[in-house]
Design a protein around this ligand. Structure first.
Ligand SMILES: Nc1ncnc2c1ncn2[C@@H]1O[C@H](COP(=O)(O)OP(=O)(O)OP(=O)(O)O)[C@@H](O)[C@H]1O
Ligand SMILES: [Mg+2]
Length: 228
């Protein structure tokens, strides 16, 4: 379980998010939605230790994360797929996956289930990452996070710039994975994320405006805040 209480994050002088509280449990998909610039990616970067962060609590399964550098947060069990994917374009698919494996303390092999989820990656193992389509690169980015054997998978806008059939596949994968790990997903594509999310948090100007189970959250207010 990932727990955030009273989390704040700053770039230099400017505080971008504040008083963030959030919980993400195994067995559930938790989504964080908000308009452009609301602070969604900043919140995820704070969880990963990529920017200056303070919090009353930032923990995963009881382990304090604030005291750990980014690399150790990954090793402890956060699989992070950044916005824009960050695939190493000139490195092969296999070598991109090896980078993920460096954060795995148990094995240096890609588990078979990952190729079952994304068969295309097996076919393209020796191709440069940059030769893959946007959707395939997103699949590779998710696979690279999964090889760390994470306790939580964090996805920042996985549907951005991807064609509908692949979006559907990614949705199916997320639903399959949630029994094994907590999933925290940032999304702008509301219709997609409301279908797969169990819990929903709305971020507005750096603060959580409302939250609750997707089934009962006020979707009219949600859409109004998102200007949809
Ligand atoms: N490296 C940075 N330095 C300074 N300010 C930044 C930096 N990155 C983001 N910001 C600012 O922080 C605020 C929140 O940005 P963030 O990237 O978290 O938004 P977001 O909700 O992820 O938006 P989007 O939906 O466009 O990805 C914005 O006002 C942005 O301009
Ligand atoms: Mg963002």
């Amino acid at each position: 379980m990932l727990t955030l209480q009273n989390l704040a994050a700053t770039y230099g002088e400017g505080r971008v998010v504040d008083h963030i509280r959030l919980q993400a449990n195994v067995g559930e998909v938790t989504c964080l939605v908000g308009r452009n610039g609301a602070g969604k990616s900043t919140t995820l970067k704070a969880i990963m230790g990529l920017i200056q962060t303070s919090a009353d609590t930032l923990s995963l399964d009881g382990q304090d994360l604030l005291s750990l550098p980014t690399y150790d947060r990954a090793r402890f069990g956060i699989g992070y797929v950044p916005q824009g994917r960050d695939i190493f374009q000139n490195m092969s698919v296999q070598d991109n996956l090896r980078i993920g494996l460096e954060a795995n303390r148990q094995t240096q092999h890609v588990p078979d289930y990952i190729f079952d989820l994304f068969p295309i990656l097996k076919d393209f193992l020796n191709r440069p990452g940059g030769d893959l389509s946007g959707g395939q690169q997103q699949q590779l980015a998710i696979a690279r996070a999964l090889v760390t054997d994470p306790k939580i998978l964090i996805l920042d806008e996985p549907t951005e710039g991807i064609q509908p059939s692949v979006i559907q596949e990614i949705g199916d994968v997320i639903t399959k994975l949630k029994d094994k790990m907590a999933i925290l997903i940032v999304e702008q594509y509301l219709e997609f994320v409301l279908k797969i999310a169990d819990q929903c948090y709305l971020l507005e100007k750096g603060q959580i405006l409302m939250s609750g189970p997707t089934a009962t959250i006020d979707q009219t207010q949600l859409k109004h805040t998102l200007a949809l």
